[in-house]
Ligand binder design. Structure first.
Ligand SMILES: *Cc1c(COP(=O)(O)O)cnc(C)c1O
Length: 220
């Protein structure tokens, strides 16, 4: 089996599972954007995916993303932890940021962005600091800053399910946070949630963007 065949098969399986979950929750699969997380995998895999029709790719590290985005024309997403000294570079190659959780990082984006960014704010579902994400109070403050920006667009919220506890409860908590949030930030209708292990659950709870790596590319 060639790498192309292997990736094509897994990609189809994931798309099928997305379609089934969408249908089960009374939604269209066209409402759900599949971001293929290519972190750790080579540019040749990104080329294959592009050939198979994938348009959205996600990276966790600035250096890797910069290199791949320079090689492959696509919509590039960043979902890793943001470091202040990397923001300038990040703003050059990425189009969508999923993991903004600090006002001071947004201030640098305002100053250094060369093109408009679509921004998701990462919300912490369990208060665990090491996995990123803002608490509710910080989230609203940050959203106010992004919404006031003349250039960048506030897309919505992003979260990663906590390691402990029920995924279903976590995503239902996230859905509630998002519903309340949209009450104030009406255009922030997107919800980035779901990875290989839990994307079906995330779709059931309203995810519009799923970020999937290993189910398509294999284990890292
Ligand atoms: C790595 C990563 C993903 C993709 O994870 P898989 O389990 O490989 O699908 C999605 N979101 C974030 C934030 C990640 O770090």
């Amino acid at each position: 089996m060639t790498r192309l065949d292997e990736i094509a098969e897994k990609l189809e399986q994931v798309k099928e599972r997305i379609a089934v979950s969408a249908a089960q929750s009374g939604r269209e699969s066209s409402e759900i954007t599949l971001v293929v997380v290519t972190k750790v995998f080579p540019i040749s895999d990104v080329e294959i995916l592009k050939q198979l029709g994938v348009r959205d790719f996600g990276e966790n590290r600035d250096a890797d993303g910069a290199q791949k985005a320079a090689a492959i024309d696509a919509q590039w997403h960043f979902q890793g932890q943001i470091q202040s000294n990397k923001i300038k570079s990040l703003c050059k190659w990425s189009h969508v940021i999923h993991s903004l959780d600090e006002a001071r990082h947004f201030e640098i984006m305002e100053k250094s962005a060369e093109h408009p960014l679509q921004i998701f704010l990462q919300v912490s579902l369990d208060g665990a600091k090491n996995r990123g994400g803002a608490d509710i109070e910080k989230l609203y403050h940050l959203a106010g800053l992004v919404q006031a920006s003349p250039r960048h667009q506030l897309k919505g919220l992003m979260a990663v399910a906590p390691l402990a506890g029920s995924v279903s409860e976590s995503f239902s908590q996230l859905a509630k946070i998002h519903r309340d949030f949209i009450g104030e930030f009406k255009d922030a209708t997107s919800l980035s949630a779901g990875m290989s292990g839990d994307f079906e659950e995330a779709i059931m709870h309203g995810a519009t963007h799923v970020r999937i790596g290993s189910s398509i590319l294999g284990s890292r």
